[in-house]
Design a protein around this ligand. Sequence first.
Ligand code: AMP
Length: 217
Amino acid sequence: MVVILLGPPGVGKGTQAVRLAEESHAAHVSTGDLLRAARRDGTDLGRQAQEFMDSGELVPDALILGLVREHLAGIGPETDVLFDGFPRTTAQATGLSDVLTEVGRQVDGVVLFEAPDEALIKRLSGRRSCPDCGAVYNVHFNPSGVDDTCDRCGGSLVHRADDSPETVSRRLEVYQEQTAPLVSYYASHEAPLERVRADRSVDEVYTDFRSVVGGIR
Ligand code: AMP
């Protein structure tokens, strides 16, 4: 099963994906996490992506599709995949569909997480992420047990540079311009699209998310 988690930055896709992947042994594929790892490792891709990420713009489609293709090659055909933050453009969606066809798979469902902009801005300002394992916390809604330390792996939590107010407003614009059109793309093309109201507690959202994914299976 291949499921896409769609929704604006800060809506909580990463938190939900990590939880479901852990519970169901699915592969969580976050292009944002893969790009941040490439930057930390100092790879060519990391260097090429840096400027786009820091300004809140999208990294070019060809780089993203290459990254996803390479990453998918390491995931067995029986493993469920949860895509988080990918695809983000129509070109990425068609590219994904080609890559999946090559390995005899397809997009089985899309889950759209929705919340008003004010809620997203508040969440992003309080977000703390673990650079080591990808876990996401929020100082207001979902704090870690010990300040600035990851509950899962003990890593030191960071406030991402692109969660600053200036970059956040650009990221929200980019979402509306380039990613929101995927809602009608998937609704009319390929896969059932389910909506989840995400301006609620992590547990409430997870209950809905899990049941929606259960319906896609
Ligand atoms: P995220 O962690 O998903 O919010 O991504 C952080 C940043 O990485 C984004 O603002 C983009 O600059 C870049 N990025 C992540 N995923 C993609 C993607 N699928 N396409 C283009 N850029 C991406």
